[in-house]
Write a protein that binds this ligand. Structure first.
Ligand code: ZN
Ligand code: ZN
Length: 215
């Protein structure tokens, strides 16, 4: 720790009257900035290798002011320096940006999950794992770096779905009767009563004829 000599903290009046001052323990640990001359606690100085107390001579405020002044004067040069460094270290910069973007994306997603569903990323991962790692209906797995849709009804999370299955539920109005009819329709190859059958055949023939006619 930086040691202060006796009398170092005397005011000018104390000095001119020859009054001796023994610094208290607080002031003994204080360090005087070589720039502004103010005495400040050691935390107000940046560390530097070498030097008797391991701290810079100028305080953080003075150091920041000097850096700011230098930047104001050398703005163009400073920006060019950064650009050049980035170009010379393109791979490093790309890796950093990738990493930064990925963690930012994860942060945004975590915030969205928490605010919207009260879920954490771990909750989501656990839910998806419990579904076998894919859409709860069709089983489709999320693409790398992407996530599936959290299906919810009001505040209640029902499961994790791919976009298609999620849309399908909405398009069928979440109506189990409609879903059942749609399933029967698919199973039966369409609903065609005998009277309509011929009309359908005719329509198909016409369509074929049209295709031939135009080709
Ligand atoms: Zn200072
Ligand atoms: Zn699906």
């Amino acid at each position: 720790m930086y040691k202060k000599e006796e009398n170092e903290f005397r005011t000018s009046a104390q000095r001119s009257h020859g009054i001796t001052v023994t610094p208290c323990s607080y002031h003994r640990t204080m360090k005087r900035c070589t720039k502004c001359g103010l005495s400040k606690p050691p935390a107000e100085f940046y560390a530097v290798k070498g030097g008797r107390d391991g701290l810079r001579g100028d305080c953080k405020a003075c150091h920041a002011a000097r850096a700011k002044a230098w930047y104001a004067k050398n703005r163009v040069k400073a920006i060019a320096n950064v650009k050049r460094w980035q170009q010379e270290n393109a791979e490093h910069v790309r890796a950093y940006r990738r990493e930064h973007n990925a963690s930012r994306t994860r942060e945004i997603r975590a915030g969205h999950l928490r605010r919207t569903f009260g879920l954490s990323l771990d909750d989501y991962d656990a839910m998806l794992a419990a579904q076998g790692g894919g859409c709860a209906i069709c089983g489709e797995q999320p693409m790398a770096g992407q996530s599936l849709h959290i299906d919810h009804l009001g505040d209640v999370v029902r499961g994790i779905l791919c976009i298609r299955c999620n849309n399908a539920l909405g398009l069928l109005k979440e109506d189990t009767e409609l879903v059942g009819i749609a399933r029967d329709y698919i199973d039966c190859g369409g609903f065609v009563t005998p009277g309509v059958y011929e009309a359908r055949e005719l329509a198909v023939d016409r369509a074929r004829g049209l295709v031939k006619g135009s080709g």
